[in-house]
Design a protein around this ligand. Structure first.
Ligand code: SF4
Ligand code: SF4
Length: 123
């Protein structure tokens, strides 16, 4: 019975302390400016140059065909399950149409194939 007393005392001691966990999803932690998560691609301004695919250190980007209002183009498909979130692809993009947002909630899935996002899914 004596072995129960110490944990009970410790529990009572922390009861009055300020809570340091957040009640997700009602409460959200603020993210730093440099936080990088889900990609956003502006299909209207992508010039299909493939610079993003060439610079990617993890071969995460594949250029795939896409039908746009301006005709058939090739644009980046990103396998986010292998992404390092280094943002090199966004840095080299000439029209800055590929960016990394702070939206991390869309990066939840049990099947890793769901992380392979076609250009249309990056809008
Ligand atoms: S953030 Fe880095 S690893 Fe991810 S797709 Fe871009 S270049 Fe590749
Ligand atoms: S996203 Fe940017 S770097 Fe990639 S193909 Fe389009 S314009 Fe080029």
């Amino acid at each position: 019975m004596i072995y129960l007393i110490k944990p009970i005392i410790e529990t009572i001691k922390v009861l009055g302390r300020e809570r340091f966990t957040t009640q997700f999803p009602e409460e959200r932690e603020s993210l730093p400016d440099s936080y990088r998560s889900m990609f956003k691609l502006d299909i209207e301004t992508c010039i299909s140059c493939s610079a993003c695919a060439r610079i990617c250190p993890n071969n995460t980007i594949t250029m795939v065909g896409i039908i746009t209002e301006k005709g058939n183009k090739v644009m980046p498909e990103i396998g986010i399950e292998r992404c390092l979130f280094c943002a090199l692809c966004a840095e080299v993009c000439p029209p800055k149409c590929l960016t990394l947002t702070k939206n991390y909630e869309v990066l939840e899935a049990y099947d890793k194939r769901k992380f392979i996002k076609r250009p249309e899914e990056l809008e």
